[in-house]
Every structure is written in structure tokens, then in C-alpha cells.
Design a protein around this ligand. Structure first.
Ligand SMILES: [Fe+2]
Length: 339
């Protein structure tokens, strides 16, 4: 069962050039495309005529033309032309979905009710911004949404699964703090590591060597948006009393978690940094490093799902590091109940 009345990331903006994109979201096939004027449109990926995927059609100006018999739709999903006759059947319109392009990510409202713009996560770091540079990417996981939530809320796995890039021994050994804001539906997990080894992911980008203070502050906005606020600073230099923190390097690591279908999830990611802004060499380095970190997670979650498919008698054991993940499960469960 999916949580529907909310926004999910549907695509990277960079995926919307050229042919329409086919993407399954919450079990529904959606065709997403950009018109000639730049508007982004999402429609049910099924022509009302014979059910052919509209994502296999083509965009002509502001119109989408089915690649099977040429049924043609405008941006509101209205069928404006069919072959061989002037009269257009009233049932020939196609369902549209509300989408909002916000910098590097495209968001989609999957609910039946009207799209609630007040619930749309704000991501100013992923739009043109002189203080921040960002890179982004995407992976598909043949593993359940719940596995990805668990993975992202418990970063102690970095020590073992991402050893050599972002994982150092202290990530697993440093205790976490967990906070749940039940009203706002936010789960926060804090891990502050002081005077620890700087992993290559950060040493190569910040230039800091040896020991650093490294903070990982997670904010998870269930179901579909996750932000890890990473802070890397010289040892013993916390933010000043007025909140300024100019001597530190900040990176925000975002995930858009979007269920594709039962047991499959889209993993959209982005990194934004407030240092080396505009440095394309750093962009490429981070893109490559993060893609390989994400691939390590993808491989692990695919294996977890394959094992889960084999057995229903097994049950898990939880420890203190799982408090963030368990809190997230509780919030997700509540959201499912109330919708
Ligand atoms: Fe990971």
C-alpha cells in the first residue's frame, strides 16, 4: 500500500530532454515530457485508444502524438485529434498528473485530491544558486521502499558498505540522537563525530587532511524526501554563537525516494556543496564518487530483497542504531492509516 497524497520526485530535469520518459510510480505508468515551449507534462502512459504507451510517441510543439495510431493530446490531456474523423470521442482524454519542476528535480503529485503545494519540499540548493553547486543522479533498486528508508536512516552501514569512500570506523561507533516531530512528520537523526579521520570523499573536495569534526544531521520528511546535512570542519571549531559557520564545509546530500511498484523503488540523489562553487572538476569527482556509493547501496538492497522473497519465517533484530529507521517506520505507518 502506497502513501499517495504527497509529492514524490518523478525525474531529474536532465532526463526530460528529447523523447518522452516512461516511469512507473506507485504502480502507475507515467509518461513525462517537455514541450517545445519548455513546459513539463505528465500523463498516464497509456493511450485511451488501444493502450499503447504514450511514452513511445513523440512531442510535436505543445502536443504529444501517440506512436501507434496518432491520437494527439494537449498539455491538459485533452485529445485534440484522432485519425480519419473530425469527431473526437469524449472518453479519449488522458489523465494528467500535477508536476512541478524545481531546479534539478521534477516533482509529481500522485494523490487523487488536488495537489497541495504547501507540502512540496523546498530545495533552494538545487536551483541556480550562487552559494551552492550541485550534482545529481538516479538509480533503480529492485528492493522495497522500506529497505531504502532503513538504509538512509542508519548511516552506520557506511563503515562497512562504503569503506574507502565515506565510511570510517567512527561512523559506526559514534552514538546517534533521534528526534521525531510528529506534527510536522519529520524524523531527525544526529551523529556528531569530533576529531575523526576525514574520509577521501571529503578530503579530496575540501582539502582538509587528517582529523576533522564531521557531523551528519539527517532530516527525513516521509515518505519521499530525505536530506543529510554534512558538516566538515577543522577540529574544535564549532559554529559561532550567532550561528555563523564560515570555517566549515557544508554538503547536503538529498534523496528522493519514490516507490515504483511493490518491491521496487526509484532512488534519486543530489549533492549540493557551499565550497568550490562552480568547480566542474569537483562536480565530476563528486558525481562519480556518489554514483559508486549509491551503487553499493543498490547492490545491497537488491540482495536483501532477493532474500526476503525466499523466506517469510525470518524476523529481524534491532539495536540502538536502528532508532531512526524504526521512528521512520512508525511515521510512515501513521501516514498510511490516516489517508
Ligand atoms: Fe549507503
Amino acid at each position: 500500500m502506497f502513501i499517495r497524497e504527497c509529492w514524490y520526485v518523478a525525474a531529474l530535469s536532465s532526463e526530460l530532454e528529447g523523447k518522452p520518459l516512461s516511469r512507473q510510480i506507485l504502480g502507475e505508468h507515467v509518461a513525462i515530457y517537455r514541450t517545445e515551449s519548455g513546459e513539463v507534462v505528465a500523463v498516464a502512459d497509456r493511450c485511451p485508444h488501444r493502450g499503447y504507451p504514450l511514452s513511445l510517441g513523440k512531442v510535436e510543439g505543445e502536443l504529444l502524438v501517440c506512436g501507434y495510431h496518432g491520437f494527439t493530446f494537449d498539455c491538459s490531456g485533452s485529445c485534440v485529434s484522432v485519425p480519419g474523423q473530425d469527431r473526437i470521442p469524449t472518453k479519449a482524454d488522458v489523465r494528467t498528473y500535477r508536476v512541478v519542476e524545481q531546479g534539478r528535480w521534477l516533482w509529481i503529485w500522485m494523490g487523487d485530491g488536488e495537489a497541495d503545494l504547501t507540502k512540496l519540499p523546498e530545495t533552494p540548493w538545487l536551483v541556480e544558486n550562487p552559494q551552492w553547486s550541485s550534482v545529481t543522479g538516479y538509480a533503480k533498486i529492485d528492493g522495497s521502499f522500506d529497505f531504502l528508508v532503513d538504509n538512509l536512516l542508519d548511516l552506520s552501514h557506511e563503515t562497512y558498505l562504503h569503506n574507502g569512500s565515506i565510511g570510517t570506523p567512527e561512523v559506526a561507533t559514534t552514538p546517534i540522537e533521534v528526534e521525531v516531530d510528529d506534527d510536522a512528520k519529520v524524523v531527525r537523526v544526529f551523529r556528531h563525530m569530533d576529531a575523526v579521520q576525514c574520509p577521501p570523499f571529503y578530503s579530496k573536495t575540501t582539502g582538509l587532511e587528517g582529523q576533522v569534526d564531521r557531523w551528519q544531521d539527517i532530516e527525513y520528511f516521509p515518505p519521499g524526501f530525505y536530506m543529510l546535512n554534512a558538516r566538515i570542519a577543522p577540529v574544535g571549531q564549532p559554529p559561532l554563537a550567532d550561528g555563523s559557520d564560515d570555517h566549515a564545509f557544508h554538503m547536503k546530500i538529498f534523496y528522493g525516494l519514490t516507490p515504483a511498484s511493490e518491491g521496487k523503488v526509484h532512488d534519486f540523489w543530489a549533492l549540493a556543496r557551499d565550497f568550490c562553487v562552480g568547480d566542474e572538476e569537483i562536480d565530476r569527482f563528486l558525481e562519480k564518487m556518489q554514483a559508486s556509493v549509491v551503487q553499493e547501496d543498490v547492490d545491497a538492497l537488491n540482495i536483501l530483497q532477493a532474500r526476503a522473497n525466499e523466506s517469510d519465517t525470518w524476523s529481524e533484530v534491532s539495536i540502538k542504531i536502528d532508532r531512526g529507521g524504526l521512528a521512520a517506520r512508525r511515521v510512515l505507518e501513521t501516514m498510511k492509516q490516516v489517508q
